[in-house]
Design a protein around this ligand. Structure first.
Ligand SMILES: C[S@@+](CC[C@H](N)C(=O)[O-])C[C@H]1O[C@@H](n2cnc3c(N)ncnc32)[C@H](O)[C@@H]1O
Length: 207
């Protein structure tokens, strides 16, 4: 299924690679694992995944993002698709590992539930989900127009939902939570030392 154009497209078209810098350290996954990144953006995390794992697929609803990700070094073998995370174009149990990095937080509550259900569906028995999204402790939580509880729209129309650890564990609750924790760091903005925080979860589908 081809997704509708979104404010993301506009952003990628105007600003190119929105996400730079070093990706978060990758977890250990068995060498031959089939890996999916949902919402790959311009390929920051994906490039690191592809360097370590040969069997990789990636989707994003933004054609602009997919075009940028395709240009990253080492991504020639990746099976890319422009697709909506709420309707993944893969068969049941197709993957051993799924990465969902700063994507679920950009959907409203119903959308987050749909993405979670799709991730559970495409993970095989024993498969692992690696999840990251901003936390309610992040400096940006509360900024913008609140569209749903802990969900804020800022300039450009993109929404961000801020998670608690319990909420993340509940969202993926058909999966077993291996670890759910908050990763905190500080960021200096115009002379002020501000808190950044994201919820990081590892979830396993029981075999
Ligand atoms: C913050 S970026 C993700 C960055 C990427 N995962 C990384 O680690 O570098 C969020 C991405 O989610 C995508 N996205 C938002 N809603 C989506 C949906 N319903 N289905 C698929 N992708 C979506 C956007 O197009 C955007 O590229």
């Amino acid at each position: 299924m081809t997704a509708q154009p979104s404010p993301w497209d506009e952003d990628y078209r105007r600003r190119g690679n929105l996400w730079g810098g070093a990706p978060a350290p990758l977890p250990e996954i068995p060498a031959g694992a089939a890996v999916l990144e949902v919402g790959c953006g311009n390929g920051k995390t994906l490039e690191a995944i592809a360097r370590r794992y040969p069997r990789v697929a990636a989707i994003d609803s933004s054609p602009e993002a997919v075009a940028l990700a395709r240009r990253r070094p080492g991504t020639a073998e990746i099976g890319f698709a422009v697709a909506d995370a709420r309707h993944l174009p893969f068969r049941d149990a197709a993957f051993d590992a799924v990465f969902l990095v700063h994507v679920a937080g950009h959907l409203p509550a119903q959308g987050r539930k749909a993405v979670a259900a799709e991730v559970v569906r495409v993970l095989g028995p024993g498969g692992t989900l690696f999840f990251r999204s901003f936390s309610v402790e992040d400096m940006r939580a509360g900024k913008g127009t609140e569209t749903e509880p802990w969900t804020f729209r800022r300039g450009g129309g993109i929404i961000t939902h801020y998670f608690t650890e319990d909420e993340a564990a509940e969202l993926f609750s058909p999966l077993v939570a291996v670890s759910v924790r908050t990763h905190r760091w500080r960021m200096r903005v115009r002379g002020e030392d501000l808190p950044r925080a994201e919820v990081e979860g590892v979830f396993r589908r029981e075999g």
